[in-house]
Design a protein around this ligand. Structure first.
Ligand code: BG6
Length: 485
């Protein structure tokens, strides 16, 4: 093992994602789990920079969960010594050949394993893949490429991208990242479900009335409007992050924990779903709002957003899985910018003797399992309980697992887990091309319809709970959103 090397080239090293997520995650991995002796990190981007300047830039990004630890300074110095920079165009074979030379110098004739992280805009993607393939490791080492979304805008563009990628790479070299799959509580979903006898028998239409996947952010696009406007919330969050969680939640038990077995089950469940219908979608866009003397801007006030844009910054949707386990159960998704907290939850309603004893007549006798992915990770199980006293009154109380109280260890960032997996060749948490096709097949028709018909979004004030249309949509399926509290 000592005689092989791992090099990680961050293509797009001066970008936001590299600074905010990739370098800090690499450092955290270096601090916590470094086991390969010879490793090198290369930043690659168009701007001119020396190694020293890159190190300086990276050192400013290393504020992460590790940076308060003992001997962190020393570790940072060691880490920075392994960081190098090469400036080049994303479509220049020549520049990548120079990078290859520098990589070889660092590898010193050992077996070379190379990971390229493409953190660059979609329009230059394929050119860069073509070039990275010419600086692939030679001999017995591996070459892997991590690619970031957007994986196209619809079924056709995604298929074209896959086809282009496969000209240069084998499927098992492509690591399509969806960072939600690296989040601790998403990773825990299968453990919760498959290793707890109390849940698995209930995990079906027989007991579950509805499943809600809720993503909410309390800030707008703020400067990212140029990217966002081209995609909108359905593509940015629902078609990938929420749908991935849904697939993990709803899949059948995989044959094993092997990556292919898990992904086979995810594909099956995605393919059992009905494409989303226009009448099952509500779209919204945030408008300006003044609160506590502070004026919050509208989406279209963002000067990177084209005037008059109808791009949704909020969407609610009802999806259905046509299989024996889930027939008729609405899976409701809600995602929005300029709102608030995040939740994933399911609820089920068994019969209950005590219906008349509840304080309110809403949601009588339901149990609710709430998996809070972030912030403040927690799992809450809402049970019905007798209010202490001589009478017989019932209320809902929580049995809760609050991560901060239960575990002293900090939760690793999703990118740490995913980078580690990519280095180790573990594909479980990456998206296979057939999964991607199935995901696009569900959203493409409705996206086309929304755009062709120029559907006007419902406007909601910045910082609010989103458009009321979301409540009507849920009510049609007898559901009340569970994030009102
Ligand atoms: C990204 C989206 O994939 O996820 C962003 O493009 C969004 O719009 C982000 O803000 C949310 O990620 P997280 O990890 O902060 O919840």
């Amino acid at each position: 093992k000592d005689e092989s090397t791992v090099s990680i080239t961050v293509v797009g090293a001066s970008g936001d994602l590299a600074k905010k997520k990739i370098f800090p995650a690499l450092f955290a991995l270096y601090y916590e789990v470094i086991w390969w002796q010879h490793f090198t990190i290369f930043g690659y981007a168009r701007s001119k920079m020396t190694d020293a300047e890159l190190r300086n830039m990276v050192s400013k990004t290393l504020a992460c969960r590790i940076d308060k630890r003992e001997n962190c300074g020393e570790k940072i110095d060691q880490f920075l010594k392994r960081c190098f920079y090469h400036s080049g165009q994303y479509d220049s074979q020549e520049n990548f050949a120079e990078l290859d030379k520098k990589l070889k110098e660092q590898e010193g004739g050992r077996v070379s394993n190379r990971l390229f992280y493409l953190s660059i805009p979609p329009n230059i993607f394929i050119d860069a893949v073509k070039c990275t393939s010419s600086s692939a490791s030679s001999g017995i080492g591996w070459t892997r490429v991590i690619v970031e979304k957007p994986f196209g805008r619809d079924s056709d563009s995604s298929a074209a991208l896959t086809k282009a990628l496969k000209q240069y790479l084998e499927e098992d070299q492509i690591f399509r990242i969806d960072h939600y799959l690296g989040k601790e509580l998403v990773e825990n979903l299968s453990v919760l479900r498959f290793s707890n006898l109390i849940f698995e028998p209930l995990w079906s239409r027989q007991y579950i009335r509805n499943v809600q996947l809720i993503f909410s952010e309390d800030f707008g696009t703020e400067g990212r409007g140029g990217y966002f406007d081209n995609y909108g919330i359905l593509r940015d969050i629902m078609q990938n992050h929420l749908l991935q969680i849904l697939a993990l939640f709803a899949m059948e038990t995989p044959v094993s924990l092997d990556a292919e077995d898990i992904r086979n089950e995810k594909v099956k469940v995605l393919r059992s779903m009905r494409p989303l219908q226009l009448e099952d979608v509500v779209v919204g866009q945030y408008k300006s709002h003044t609160k506590g003397g502070v004026a919050y801007p509208a989406y279209i006030d963002d000067n990177t957003v084209p005037k008059g844009s109808l791009t949704p910054t909020f969407a609610a949707a009802a999806l259905f899985i046509d299989n024996a386990r889930w027939d008729g159960v609405p899976f409701l998704m809600k995602a929005g910018k300029a709102l608030h907290k995040k939740r994933v939850q399911f609820r089920h309603v068994p019969g209950n003797l005590y219906n008349q004893n509840f304080e309110t007549d809403l949601d009588q006798a339901t149990n609710e399992l709430i998996i809070r992915v972030q912030p403040d990770e927690a799992i809450d199980l809402k049970i019905n309980n007798k209010v202490p006293g001589l009478g017989m009154r019932l209320d809902h109380s929580n049995l809760n697992l609050h991560y901060a109280a239960r575990y002293s260890k900090e939760i690793p960032d999703a990118y740490e887990r995913l980078l580690l997996d990519a280095i180790e060749g573990e594909r479980r948490l990456f998206i296979r091309s057939d999964e991607l096709d199935a995901a696009w097949a569900l959203f493409t028709p409705v996206l086309k319809e929304l755009e062709e018909k120029n559907i006007i979004p419902e406007y909601y004030p910045y910082g609010s709970r989103g458009p009321v249309g979301a409540h009507y949509l849920a009510a049609r399926y007898n559901v009340r959103w569970g994030d009102l509290g």
